[in-house]
Design a binder for this molecule. Sequence first.
Ligand SMILES: Cc1cc2nc3c(=O)[nH]c(=O)nc-3n(C[C@H](O)[C@H](O)[C@H](O)COP(=O)(O)OP(=O)(O)OC[C@H]3O[C@@H](n4cnc5c(N)ncnc54)[C@H](O)[C@@H]3O)c2cc1C
Length: 98
Amino acid sequence: MINSSYDFAEKNVNSSKDKISDYLIKQVSEIVKYELNNYEHKALHFWKYAMSEKNNNLGSLLDEDLKVIVCGDWCMNGKVEGGFLSAKDAAKKFIKYI
Ligand SMILES: Cc1cc2nc3c(=O)[nH]c(=O)nc-3n(C[C@H](O)[C@H](O)[C@H](O)COP(=O)(O)OP(=O)(O)OC[C@H]3O[C@@H](n4cnc5c(N)ncnc54)[C@H](O)[C@@H]3O)c2cc1C
């Protein structure tokens, strides 16, 4: 699997998929000094909506009446630490009900 940088993905989000994958395969072939064009399966995926434009700083969201709490990366940022921080915040709020 070849992962591009966020910058590269953002700059090329509207380019042709074949052009991008050919470019990435060529670059990595040169780096590893092995021709990678001999593949049986090729699929390019943009995680176009994976990153939100702005970071939220919600922690977690608690409905005191329903006793429901929601958390997740979307409460903070689209990364694993956002998911962790949101879950930590939820646990902190939740613990007083136990
Ligand atoms: C391809 C890819 C690459 C990534 N790379 C990185 C990276 O390099 N670095 C980084 O920091 N982050 C990366 N991320 C983001 C990271 O994976 C997420 O930010 C993180 O997993 C969010 O954690 P979460 O607990 O909020 O949500 P999730 O990990 O999505 O967990 C939600 C859970 O809820 C469950 N669920 C959903 N609906 C229900 C339901 N109705 N009932 C019960 N369970 C339900 C799901 O099955 C899932 O287990 C990547 C994500 C993807 C998709």
